[in-house]
Design a binder for this molecule. Structure first.
Ligand code: SIN
Ligand code: CO
Length: 375
């Protein structure tokens, strides 16, 4: 596997993933990226792309969030700034294709593809991320300094995460096509040597706090769905002090709370929904003039279908998740749906004469979750 410098993916996972950085020279030889600064500015000025501009002043950092006015980019200094775009895979087929090279990591862990541009001297400072990241160098060169997790104290009152003290253990100069993998918490600082583009393939790892709070929300909706009971006390006996919170009331409530329970099935449904939930600014474009179900069925058998760029799809043994929605999996759906989720496309001959499949695909087509492949 050239992308991993000749390491088999399983070896990479064992030795490096979440453990050790890895520098790969020529991971994607001749990689020239797929956007230039002009394209990036177009995206930074649109509502559909999450963008940030980081400018380094004499003694402070400034961060601005998009969407930007075009004229903002004509007033930038010659050096020391960075433009960052998030979630490129939701907009560009080439970005999706690049991400697919990293499918030795489960999609459930994948976050997004970020692109940064910086003129010479630009960078976002010494920091650490809470996520695994592959930093793939596009055109231009960037000097990286990297340090083991040691002192994670951050500069106070800075608009972005900047390490108070950074003591690098090593450095490397990345050329186009080189790649640096960093596990979470490794300190790093990348400074553009020339005008340079860096593609970051980022992975997500929700905090326990996030998982717990989201699960509790999920659970609450589920309990509401059950109708639920209500506190009752037909056994209420006369209480001498009306302000006293009675032992019996506490015990009753404790019993109600103890009865909250969940199964692995609930956890699966929660996790699938949570991980495929679209990011806030994502909108799915439903077809303006949708085909009828019959016409769609015919066209899909001929051309096949593919997931819309922004769609997120996962599956479990008996479940199917797409963009936060949950469906039961069954025998008829299993093979084609898994193929669609794994490869993001489904050939026409896989759809032929499968009525339940066509019905579900049609529903997703109307929602803008999938589209017909261009033949
Ligand atoms: C960058 O591309 O400038 C920053 C990427 C990172 O440090 O995570
Ligand atoms: Co970083």
């Amino acid at each position: 596997n050239r992308l991993l410098g000749g390491l088999p993916a399983a070896t990479f996972l064992r030795r490096h993933w979440q453990k050790q950085p890895l520098l790969v020279r020529g991971a994607l030889p001749g990689f020239s990226g797929f956007l230039d600064l002009g394209d990036m500015i177009d995206l930074a000025c649109s509502d559909h792309c999450e963008s940030r501009l980081v400018v380094r002043g004499a003694d402070r950092w400034a961060v601005e969030h998009g969407p930007f006015e075009r004229k903002r980019f004509s007033r930038l200094p010659a050096r020391n700034w960075t433009l960052l775009l998030q979630g490129l895979e939701q907009m560009l087929p080439a970005a999706r294709q690049l991400l697919s090279r990293f499918d030795f990591i489960p999609y459930a862990r994948l976050d997004d593809l970020m692109l940064s541009y910086a003129p010479a001297g630009g960078g976002v400072g010494a920091h650490f991320d809470s996520y695994d990241v592959f930093l793939l160098q596009g055109p231009g060169r960037r000097q990286w300094r990297v340090g083991r997790p040691r002192d994670l104290a951050l500069v106070e009152d800075a608009p972005l995460k900047i390490l108070k003290r950074f003591s690098p253990d090593g450095h490397c100069l990345l050329h186009a096509g080189d790649m640096l993998y960093l596990p979470p918490q490794f300190a790093h600082e990348g400074v553009a040597v020339d005008a340079c583009y860096t593609y970051s393939i980022g992975f997500r790892a929700p905090s326990h706090r996030e998982l717990v709070s989201q699960f509790l929300i999920f659970l609450e909706e589920r309990l509401n769905g059950d109708g639920g009971g209500r506190y009752s006390d037909p056994d209420l006996s006369l209480q001498r002090h009306p302000a006293q919170l009675g032992e019996r009331m506490i015990a009753k409530v404790e019993r109600i709370l103890r009865d909250i329970s969940w199964t692995q099935r609930d956890v699966t449904e929660f996790l699938g929904g949570y991980l495929t939930e679209p990011k806030p600014h994502v909108v799915f474009a439903a077809p303006r003039k949708p085909l009828s179900e019959i016409a769609f069925s015919r066209a899909s058998r001929r051309d096949g279908v593919e997931l819309a760029l922004a769609s997120l799809m996962l599956y479990g043994k008996a479940n199917l998740f797409i963009n936060g929605e949950h469906y039961e999996m069954n025998k008829v759906l299993a093979t084609p749906m898994r193929l669609l989720a794994d490869t993001r496309r489904l050939a026409g001959n896989r759809i032929a004469s499968n009525a339940p499949l066509t019905a579900m695909l049609y529903r997703w087509y109307r929602a803008g979750y999938i589209c017909l492949s261009k033949s």
